[in-house]
Write a protein that binds this ligand. Sequence first.
Ligand SMILES: Cc1cc2nc3c(=O)[nH]c(=O)nc-3n(C[C@H](O)[C@H](O)[C@H](O)COP(=O)(O)OP(=O)(O)OC[C@H]3O[C@@H](n4cnc5c(N)ncnc54)[C@H](O)[C@@H]3O)c2cc1C
Length: 428
Amino acid sequence: MPEKNIAVIGGGPKAAALCAKADCLNRFGDNKIRIEIFEKAQIGAAWNGRNGYTDGEQRLCTPAERDLGFPYVDGIEPGVSALMKQEYSWDAFQMTEPALQDNYSTWVSRGRKSPIHREFANYLDYAVKTAGITPIIGEVTSVEWADGRWKVNYTETASGDAYDVEGFDGIVFTGPGPAQGKVPKAGKLVHVGSDRLYNGEDFWDNLSRVRAQLSRGSRKVLIVGGGGTTAAIAAWFIRSNNGHHSIAMINNSATLFTRTVNFFESVMFDNENAWLALSFADRRKFTDRLNRGVVWENITDILTDAKDLVLVPGRANQVSLAPGKAKRLVVEYGNELGLSHKHEADIVVDATGFDGWWFERLLPAALQGQMQAETRLGLEEGMKSDLSFDLPGWPKIHAPMHSQIVAPGYMSLMALGGMADAILRNYR
Ligand SMILES: Cc1cc2nc3c(=O)[nH]c(=O)nc-3n(C[C@H](O)[C@H](O)[C@H](O)COP(=O)(O)OP(=O)(O)OC[C@H]3O[C@@H](n4cnc5c(N)ncnc54)[C@H](O)[C@@H]3O)c2cc1C
C-alpha cells in the first residue's frame, strides 16, 4: 500500500492539525500518510506555561471554534470535515475529557470563551494521542538529503544521545522561533544587571523573579515593542499590579492596532478566491495589519483601563546599565525628528520579535546557500500552494509560518484545517 512519510518539527497546533487530518484522510482510499513529530519538550510546549512564550494562563485570542479542523471544508476528500468535527474539534475534546474544569454545556453557558493557553496545550495533546501518534522527544539539530528523501538528526531530550530517522518525503517546520530581541545591548549588560532584562520568550520563565523584583520596590517597567507579545506582557503587569508600578511601551508605529471580531476581516481568512485576487503588496498589508503587530480586543480592554500605562513613540537604539545606579537600566530611543531620548526603568522587556527563519541553520549547507541567493521576501512570494518553498532539486520543505502570501490564516491559528489540507493534498 503506498505510504508517504512527513516529518513535522515542533509539536504545536500545526503538528496536531496535521496529525488529525492525516488520521481522517487515512480512513479513505489506499494512499496513507504517516506523520512523525519531533518535539524537544512536550506536545503544546509553547502553550503550557512551562517553556516560555506564556505563563499558560493567558487566554487564546482566536475564538475556540477556530480549532484544529476549521474551516471544515472538504478540501481533499468528501466526508473528512465531518469526521474532523466529530473526533478532533474543540467540542469533541470537551465532551471526551472528564478532567476538564468545564464540560461542553458549561462552556456554552459561560459564553463560549476561548481556552486559556494551558487548556489549549491539553487539547493539542489529546489530538495527537487520538491520532495514535507518539512524538519523538528530542531537539532536531540538522536535516540531510539522503537518496532523495529527508533524514532528520536529533538529540534525544531525556538521554542527550544523538539519533536519526530517514525516509521522509517532506518536512514541515513550525513555530515562531526563538525570541529575537532586536535592541542592541551595551557590552557590560551581558555580565551585570541582565537579570532585569528579559525578552518575549524568557520573561514567562522568570515570573517569580519578576514578582520578587516588583515586591522589592521596582517601580518602573519598560517594554519595547508594539505587537501581541508586548501587549500580553503589559497585561500581565497590569493584572499583577498592586498600584505601585508604572509601565511604558516604546513602539515605533503610531499606535497599538486592535483586532476585533469583524465579519469583513474574518471572512477574508476563509475566502480563497477573494484572497488570490489581491496583489502581493495588498496581501502583506492585510496580514501585517491583522496577524502581526496587532493586539486583540480582549487585551486592549485590559490596557485601556490601566492608569499608569503610557505608549512612547520611538525606536529603541540601545539598552544599558544606568550610570551610577546599580539596578537601573536605561533605554535610548530616537524618532523621525532626529531627537534622541533616554528612558530609565527597573525592569526592561525587549519584546521586539521572534526569529521566524530559525530552521535555516538546520538545513544542508548547499540548500542554505540556495536559499540565501534569494531574498526572504522572494522565498515567501515564490511559495507554492502546498506551503513549500520553490527549491528545485530538493525534497519538499513546508514552512506554514511563511505562508502569508498563499493565504492569510495558515501562519496562525485562524485556519489550521485549511493549512493541513494545503500541505497534505500533495501527498495523496
Ligand atoms: C504566546 C503566543 C500566543 C499566541 N496566540 C495566538 C492566538 O491566540 N491566535 C493566533 O492566531 N495566533 C497566536 N499566536 C501566533 C501563532 O499562531 C503561533 O505562534 C503559531 O501558530 C504557533 O504554532 P506552531 O504549531 O507553528 O508552533 P508552536 O506551538 O510554537 O510549536 C513549536 C514547537 O517547536 C518546538 N521546537 C523548537 N525548536 C525545535 C527543534 N529544534 N527540535 C524539536 N522541536 C523544536 C518547541 O518546543 C515548540 O513546542 C501566538 C503566539 C504566541 C508565541
